[in-house]
Design a protein around this ligand. Structure first.
Ligand code: 1CP
Length: 343
């Protein structure tokens, strides 16, 4: 049986070269993205217009031939679908009308989520037909903790203090918000699989601000519940977790959530992760995204160090966090060639 290269590590194989994709592989560093983006009236409209979302998902595949495509959408579509006002302001990032009371949680509308997100499922259906046959399609969502941070803070660029305070001072009230997100996110991911997603990634970008016990309660537990629901619906679809900056808690996250792969930020020493995490869990990562900006010999040696570990176990090459807008597109091409032993 021939299997897509991207899926091989999830079947237990340490393949060389390792499959490669990059978080935020579609985005502002690409001139062809900026061109299409300027045609949509708002970032949300952009995400909800399948024709545009499909096109920008395909752009980085045409340039670099990544082993996987990631659905073009955003983790903040879930708050939007729940009825919380969300806007993306140019140069400022997302702005939400913050939720800071039990009454505001009770006003969320879980029943409208799947209907509201129908355009995203249409994008996935079209992508499943349009990506090259050797490429895998990744669906995704934000993990409940990280999505709740934006819902409670109302914007990025914080230390998540309001969300942390709420979680510590009124855990059952805050837990109700997390429960709503677990259900909505599970439904959303299962619908992505039904539309054609072959792998899922759960982004917990703010996992690293939590104390160990809070991490167990608000990152591990909700993720575990989502993985259980997804596995019940689709046992064979690999789920990758990304508990960014969770450091020493990562092995426990892997063990307790049941994820099939774990995406590592660039602070994690790979030789430590390789010893602390069983080979049954695929490691993904973890080139510093600034090395992709810098390029040249520094980037090459960062890549080579990762490849030494990739040889020894099931592995997917990625960055430690998303591609930043200042990245020269030619550096991405050079990185992919180096990873594949072509340069
Ligand atoms: O065109 C623009 O200016 C918008 C920039 C942009 C893009 C390209 C945003 C706003 N979202 C996206 C797409 C996106 N977001 C994708 C699909 C594209 C791809 O990966 O190729 C994905 C997977 C995400 C996920 C996402 N959105 C995360 C998790 C990953 C991470 O970066 O940590 C987070 C935290 C968001 C929120 C968000 N959306 C957009 C911005 C600028 C932010 C970050 C806000 C902040 O905290 O500063």
């Amino acid at each position: 049986m021939t299997q897509k290269w991207f899926l091989r590590p999830f079947g237990g194989d340490a393949v060389m070269p390792p499959p490669v994709w990059m978080m935020r592989q579609a985005g502002r560093y690409l001139p062809e993205y900026r061109e299409i983006r300027s045609k949509a009236p708002s970032f949300l409209d952009f995400c909800y217009t399948p024709e545009l979302a499909v096109e920008v998902t395909l752009q980085p595949l045409r340039r670099y031939g990544f082993d996987a495509a990631i659905l073009f959408a955003d983790i903040l579509l879930i708050p939007d679908a729940l009825g919380q006002p969300v806007q993306f302001k140019t140069g400022e990032g997302p702005v939400l009308e913050p939720i800071r009371s039990a009454a505001a949680v009770a006003a969320l509308q879980p029943d409208r989520v799947l209907g509201h997100l129908a355009p995203v499922f249409e994008t996935v259906r079209q992508l499943a037909k349009k990506i090259p046959p050797e490429t895998s399609l990744i669906g995704f969502a934000g993990a409940p903790w990280t999505v709740s941070v934006y819902m409670v803070e109302g914007h990025g660029g914080t230390d998540c203090e309001r969300a942390r305070d709420w979680a510590y001072s009124a855990p059952s009230e805050f837990g109700h918000l997390i429960d709503i997100l677990v259900e909505a996110t599970s439904d959303y991911l299962i619908a992505q699989i039904e539309a054609g997603a072959e792998v899922l990634q759960l982004f917990d970008s703010w996992a690293g601000v939590l104390s160990a016990d809070a991490f167990r309660a608000w990152s591990i537990e909700p993720t575990k519940r989502i993985v259980e629901r997804v596995k019940k619906a689709a046992p064979d679809v690999p789920v990758i977790g990304f508990p960014r900056n969770a450091g020493a808690m990562i092995p426990e996250y892997v063990e307790k959530t049941g994820v099939d792969g774990v995406s590592l930020d660039h602070s994690v020493p790979l030789e430590w992760a390789a010893g602390a995490i069983p080979k049954s869990c695929v490691l993904q990562g973890n080139l510093d995204n600034r090395l992709l900006v810098v390029g040249g010999a520094a980037m090459d040696s960062g890549i080579d160090a990762i490849l030494k570990i990739a040889e020894t176990r099931p592995f997917v090459f990625n960055l430690g966090h998303g591609i930043v807008p200042q990245t020269p597109p030619e550096n991405v091409g050079r990185a992919v060639r180096r990873i594949r032993g072509e340069g």
